[in-house]
Design a protein around this ligand. Sequence first.
Ligand code: HEC
Length: 194
Amino acid sequence: MLSHKFAGTLALLVFVSLAFEAAHAQSQSSTPRFGRSISEADIAAWNIDIRTSDGKGLPSGKGSVGEGKALYAAQCVACHGEDAKGGSTYGTMVGGIGSFTTNTRVLTPGSMYPYAPILFDYIRRAMPMDRPQTLSADEVYAVSAYLLNLNGLVPADAVMDAARLAQVQMPNRNGFMLDDRPDTKSLRCMSNCR
Ligand code: HEC
């Protein structure tokens, strides 16, 4: 009887002290002990944002309207249709310029985007929708040139690269207004914020 009680108490003590040690060890390691630090090369693949107002961050490379037309026929036409006028999954990507002042707005890259580098950013990030981020920078420049040409914004012999894309004047450049509702007026704070 006595020895049973003793054994029970001993087991309890062992359990409590093990639990205590485990908790103690956990509080001592300030960082989790798994994984590895991220490298610059790892980050580069994700770091693809572009400042669309002036094209900062656009990669080197170039592509022509003609090259874009061929690429479009191979990789985009199935969803976007002939001459980007609308296809199986999406409506038109051409025209609509000036339609914002009417009751029948037509939203296309040509009619809506304030800056041409948005087109590059969108296509590089998300298109072709079934295989996003498989196009090279040259290919994205080419197909951007082609879509801008279909919208009548660059000539048929245009070649787009970082500098030239940023220079394209989009018709809706001044069509956006700042949201001036009171709750959008707070100042940005990056350190010691309260
Ligand atoms: C599998 C179908 C599919 C393929 C292939 C595809 N797209 Fe798209 N694309 C879509 C869909 C769907 C949308 C609309 C997505 C949304 O609104 O969220 C879209 C949207 C876009 C837009 C934005 C249009 C706008 O009005 O702002 C552009 C530009 C575009 N695609 C270009 C391309 C290009 C260039 C290719 C070929 C390299 C391509 N897409 C291939 C389905 C596709």
